[in-house]
Design a binder for this molecule. Structure first.
Ligand SMILES: Cc1cc2nc3c(=O)[nH]c(=O)nc-3n(C[C@H](O)[C@H](O)[C@H](O)COP(=O)(O)OP(=O)(O)OC[C@H]3O[C@@H](n4cnc5c(N)ncnc54)[C@H](O)[C@@H]3O)c2cc1C
Length: 468
């Protein structure tokens, strides 16, 4: 038996990890081959360490409350590496000025004191947000755009000035198109059960974790990739190989798959886990399951870039007393946000320097990341200059681009996933896993990978017992 995993991002690596574990527990036996196009593992997780700076080109943290992420980190012996943000104030850009968002509002909790302190909202906007507990719930159960949901519950000012930048910003998405059902199902559930988000959060207060929302790793998120890769003893990893296609392999009784590589090699396996973006998977399953391919191709992607800038501390007038700022869509500003990495996390810049992480690009603006690195750097510096009181040029800059890198869970995403699953059901050895499907966050990907590996292991085991 052989399982072929395509893609060496966190999803693909985690599938290998959980398949190895199932093998160690005697739940199946066979080989694992992981094929990665790049010359390195980790996909969007990229940590660069240079001249005392620690730069994250992709994710810089993960949701603390999710057990899947914490469990894997513990198993890999990385628990002592977990760090909490040292600065938690988040600012929002409002008419060209940075305003702090009261902490309760970061959790979407419209506590009266916090709402009244939201200086970026008009008084009318604040009062409307306070009325949330009295807004009747929607009758129908169907999906809805995130923006519509937020406006309906909290009013336009709160939705556009605070909630959307927080909730659509992490997806670089258009809140008018993103699906509340796929991205924030717990809020829909609260509305349904308690009639209001404020009441739902109040009822859930005892279950609320007291620590920070997001945590990171002291030596960067790349440590997770390094440790995960080092833990794989039974997986053969092939770097620098691009998968071109997958076809069913003729055989007697059992279905296996032929995976064609750009080198001309063909590898065959009874199980295939596609841990690549949906648009790649769509091309490969076109002949096997055309309707799955069509639905996969419907999942849109946004292109983003992370521009990390290092300055001497004396070049920056702003105290950088927070973790960074978010940008509502209505602000005429070229960045979607900026993390003050050296304030947020310990050990990101040497003494006397600061590190800023600027985000460009979102679903509505594919051109935002076009142009050479120097252009993106200049655009970021000039946008930040008046806000943060920057003097001169950065002493170092790094650009990480993610063309078609952010899957967009638009309205109907869950229904789309169910249709894909149905169309692929005749191929139980073929599994889709990754950020295009059931969550883009690192813990979500670890959970998806565990589920895919479990199902794959029991399927292969049944194959073995059946086929002998
Ligand atoms: C800028 C940015 C910031 C983010 N911040 C956070 C954060 O703070 N916290 C968080 O939890 N999440 C964050 N995310 C999301 C998270 O990083 C991603 O969802 C996650 O890393 C994706 O993992 P993946 O394994 O699904 O895909 P990827 O990391 O994209 O891996 C897919 C792999 O497949 C390979 N591949 C593709 N095609 C082929 C082929 N034909 N043949 C062989 N190999 C192929 C690619 O080279 C790649 O290595 C962020 C994402 C970005 C872009």
């Amino acid at each position: 038996m052989r399982v072929i995993i395509v893609g060496g991002g966190i999803a693909g690596l985690s599938v290998a990890y959980f398949l190895e574990r199932a093998m160690a527990e005697g739940r199946w036996r066979g080989e694992i081959l992981l094929i990665e196009r790049g010359q390195r593992l980790g996909g969007k997780i990229v940590t660069v360490r240079e001249d005392g700076f620690l730069v994250e080109g992709g994710p810089d943290s993960f949701l603390a409350a999710r057990t899947e992420g914490r469990a894997l980190i513990r198993e890999l012996g990385l628990e002592m590496e977990i760090i909490a943000p040292q600065a938690r104030t988040v600012y929002v850009l409002s008419r060209g000025r940075l305003m702090p968002i009261p902490e309760a509002l970061l959790m979407l909790r419209p506590d009266p004191g916090a709402v009244l302190r939201a200086r970026n909202l008009s008084w009318g906007g604040r009062l409307r947000a306070l009325l949330e507990p009295w807004i009747p719930p929607r009758r129908s159960d169907g999906d809805e755009p995130l923006a519509t949901f937020l406006r309906r519950r909290f009013g336009r000012a709160f939705a556009e000035g605070i909630a959307e930048p927080l909730m659509a910003g992490v997806h670089a998405g258009d809140p008018e198109r993103l699906s509340i059902q796929a991205l924030y199902p717990h809020l829909l559930a609260m509305e349904r059960k308690f009639g209001s988000i404020a009441r739902g959060l109040w009822n859930a207060r005892s279950a609320r974790p007291s620590g920070p929302l997001f945590v990171s790793l002291r030596s960067g998120m790349g440590a997770l990739v390094d440790r995960l890769a080092a833990s794989l003893h039974r997986t053969h990893i092939a770097l620098g190989r691009t998968v071109l296609g997958i076809a069913p392999a003729p055989g007697e009784g059992r279905l296996s798959y032929r995976v064609t590589l750009d080198s001309g090699e063909i590898v065959e396996g009874e199980g295939v886990a596609l841990a690549v973006p949906a648009f790649e998977a769509a091309r490969w399953v076109r002949d096997l399951a055309p309707s799955a391919a069509a639905r996969l191709a419907e999942i849109p992607f946004a292109s983003t870039a992370v521009v990390t800038l290092a300055f001497r501390r004396d070049q920056v007038r702003h105290p950088l007393n927070g973790s960074g700022f978010l940008v509502p869509r209505r602000e005429p500003f070229p960045l979607t946000g900026c993390t003050w990495s050296s304030s947020k996390w310990p050990g990101r810049a040497p003494e006397g320097f600061v590190l800023l992480r600027a985000f460009l690009g979102w679903a509505g603006d594919p051109e935002a990341i076009a142009g050479e690195d120097a252009i993106l750097i200049q655009r970021s510096v000039e946008a930040l200059r008046p806000l943060l009181g920057l003097r001169g040029d950065p002493v170092r800059a790094w650009v990480h681009r993610w063309p078609a890198g952010m899957p967009q869970y638009t309205v109907g995403h869950l229904e789309r996933l169910a249709a894909i699953e149905r169309a692929l059901s005749p191929f139980p050895g073929l599994r889709l896993v990754g950020a295009s499907y059931g969550g883009i966050g690192i813990p979500d990907l670890i959970r998806q990978a565990r589920e895919a590996a479990e199902r794959m292991a029991s399927f292969l085991d049944s194959y073995c017992s059946y086929g002998g």
